[in-house]
Design a protein around this ligand. Structure first.
Ligand code: 13P
Length: 248
């Protein structure tokens, strides 16, 4: 089993194009790595300048969202065709902020994941429970439902290349990282769920990340867990600290 570790930054709604250039220049020397995939998921308006600066480096540029149609009258949306043509290789799908603030459903996320694969973009499919759900003891059931719906109609060959990010909502932006046990338990359950939908080889190929207040201190233990293949990092991806997380 040799899954490549992923260190993905989610810049969220931060960085003007000028600030994005500045941050890229600061981080490029700090995130060099031969054995990890380093991905910066940046705001749509920063994609082109970041792609330009990422040329010749190990950094891949991802989007934070996309629509599930190729083109047309969908004001404000960005299409997989546009992303692909620009050179984007990854897209975050179904982040809890998209689900919570913009009403995205498991079905929308499935449509987007199918579209991303159709256009050769690797989806980073997010899932995660609220604190209420965790307290009610329904975390694993909830996550399994999110995963099963997200992967409807996705072939095993596609699923093998997918990235899944487990991000407990209560851990996002709160400074309260899940414990390594909590994170490993759910990431393991996600892999089991993929094995049920497909088979063991698919489950062993898919990469499962943890996200939620990951920092340079918590990353080494998290990334050492058997079913955690890296992190999706918010706040700390905007700082030099991201370099230490890549090294974790
Ligand atoms: P923080 O690392 O800021 O908690 O954000 C996590 C996240 O939502 C990444 O997608």
């Amino acid at each position: 089993m040799s899954r490549r570790i992923v260190a993905a930054g989610n810049w969220k709604m931060n960085m003007t194009p000028a600030q994005a250039r500045e941050l890229m220049e600061k981080l490029i020397p700090l995130v060099k790595s031969d054995d990890k995939d380093v991905i910066f998921c940046v705001p749509a308006i920063d994609i082109l300048p970041c792609l330009e600066l990422a040329k010749g480096t190990n950094i891949k540029i991802g989007a934070q969202n996309m629509y599930y149609e190729d083109k047309g009258a969908y004001t404000g949306e960005i299409s997989p065709v546009m992303l692909r043509a620009a050179g984007v290789e990854y897209v975050i799908i179904g982040h809890s902020e998209r689900r919570g603030y913009f009403g995205e459903t498991n079905e929308d996320i499935n449509k987007k994941a199918l579209k991303a694969f159709e256009h050769g973009i690797t989806p980073i499919i997010c899932c995660g429970e609220s604190l209420e759900q965790r307290n009610q003891g329904i975390t694993i059931d909830w996550i399994r439902q999110q995963i099963k719906t997200a992967f409807m109609g996705i072939t095993d060959e596609q699923a093998k290349t997918a990235i899944i990010a487990y991000e407990p909502i209560w851990a996002i932006g709160t400074g309260q990282t899940a414990t390594t046990e909590q994170a490993q338990e759910v990431c393991g359950a996600i892999r089991d769920c993929i094995a049920e939908i497909y088979d063991i080889p698919t489950a062993e190929a898919v990469r499962v990340l943890y996200g939620g207040s990951v920092n340079a201190k918590t990353a080494p233990d998290l990334f050492a867990q058997p079913d955690i293949d890296g992190g999706l990092v918010g706040g700390a991806s905007l700082k030099e600290e991201f370099g230490d997380i890549v090294k974790a």
